[in-house]
Design a protein around this ligand. Structure first.
Ligand code: SF4
Length: 363
């Protein structure tokens, strides 16, 4: 399997080893779902040989760099699968934990497949995190996407998992059919109320061989433009920045299958989607502060943490170019300082005017 930056998902010190269960446990297919494209072309049934080979191959990949190593079952409804198969997979993962090669297990599943009687197995094997595919809290959106559950089942699933001491993660989608900006904001607000530990937001893409592809081809579905999808994620970032919920991914991981011609028919796909969102967040806050700095400035200094430089500059220096347009006579000097806290930018002009800006949610 191709090792990607995606395997580091939660932080630079955690290695997530993904095992894709390829729609196993799903009672039917949601209109947007094509795991063969979004996850990759993995076997439908995981054998012990395959499992061990995958885990060892990730472990061999510079494991000393990582503090935490986690095996994650993605790409289906784990708790909807036959319990014997669940137990088989969990016991294989547990064997790595017993040998202290792996530290934890996470699974992803549907909200309507979370119940008192199926969390016992997860507890037996000390699964630490359960991610729930919520996608939206708007019932009409869930119905049209043929999710087969309503928003109440998301609320119940998260409450039950929390009661049993699991860490929880939610997935939301932006731009599903029938959704609106207000609907998306409603879903973010509901997420905030539920307070899962983490959230991922995926803009809706139109994959071939899905019911959504038919909607798109027949003109009944129009995906979000890239700028719209970024705008919604910027809103989500701002709303969640002090909520204690970590937004661990915005945008989809681009698989080799997605890069094949005609796999993704439409939608806001971009390999650096998350960075585009963050650089927009930086830009908005800087521009707000710059309102008090004279447009005739000859020199503008920006002091920031080294880790913020690329989000501050934006892809291909887009933020720098935009600031330059507002200050055509100014020389822009961007300096990183070791002692500058992340998310904090100090701006000063030759006129003596200055300000500090704190970018929310950057830690
Ligand atoms: S529940 Fe998840 S994996 Fe299963 S069909 Fe729906 S989106 Fe795909």
């Amino acid at each position: 399997m191709k090792k990607t930056k995606d395997a580091y998902e939660e932080s630079g010190r955690s290695l997530v080893i993904p095992l894709f269960i390829m729609n196993s446990g799903c009672s039917h297919r949601c209109i947007f779902c094509n795991q063969k494209i979004s996850a990759g072309n993995f076997p439908r049934q995981i054998t012990k040989e395959y499992f061990d080979a995958e885990v060892y191959s990730y472990l061999a990949w510079n494991k000393d760099k990582f503090r935490d190593v986690e095996i994650a079952f993605y790409g289906g409804s784990f708790t909807g699968m036959d319990s014997a198969y669940q137990e088989k997979l969990l016991s294989w993962a547990d064997a790595f934990i017993q040998r202290e090669l792996v530290h934890s297990i996470r699974v992803s599943t549907r909200p309507d497949c979370v119940a008192e009687d199926n969390v016992a197995l997860l507890k037996k094997y000390k699964v630490s995190t359960v991610e729930i595919g919520a996608q939206s809290f708007v019932d009409d959106v869930l119905r049209f996407a043929q999710r087969g559950h309503d928003s109440a089942s998301i609320v119940n699933a998260v409450a039950l998992l929390k009661r049993h001491g699991f860490r929880t993660g939610l997935h939301l989608m932006a731009g599903l059919p029938k959704d609106t900006k207000q609907g998306f904001i409603y879903s973010i607000d509901k997420t905030k109320e539920l307070k899962p530990d983490t959230l991922r937001i995926h803009p809706t893409l139109v994959f071939k061989d899905t019911a959504l592809a038919k909607e798109f081809r027949e003109g009944r579905y129009k995906p979000l433009e890239l700028a719209e999808a970024i705008g919604l994620c910027v809103l989500a970032w701002e709303k969640l920045s002090n909520s204690g919920i970590r937004l661990i991914r915005m945008g989809v991981h681009i698989t080799p299958e997605m890069e094949k011609e005609a796999s993704v028919l439409a939608g806001p796909i971009h390999p650096s989607f998350g960075s585009l969102v963050l650089s927009s967040v930086f830009y908005n806050h800087i521009i707000n502060g710059l309102r008090n700095i004279s447009p005739d400035s000859k020199e503008l200094h920006f002091i920031l943490s080294k880790r913020d430089v690329s989000d501050f500059r934006g892809l291909h220096n887009v933020n720098i170019s935009a600031i330059k347009k507002l200050y055509p006579r100014a020389n822009l000097i961007v300096k990183s300082k070791h002692e500058q806290p992340r998310g904090q930018i100090s701006v000063s002009a030759d006129s003596g005017e200055s300000f500090h800006v704190r970018i929310p949610g950057i830690i």
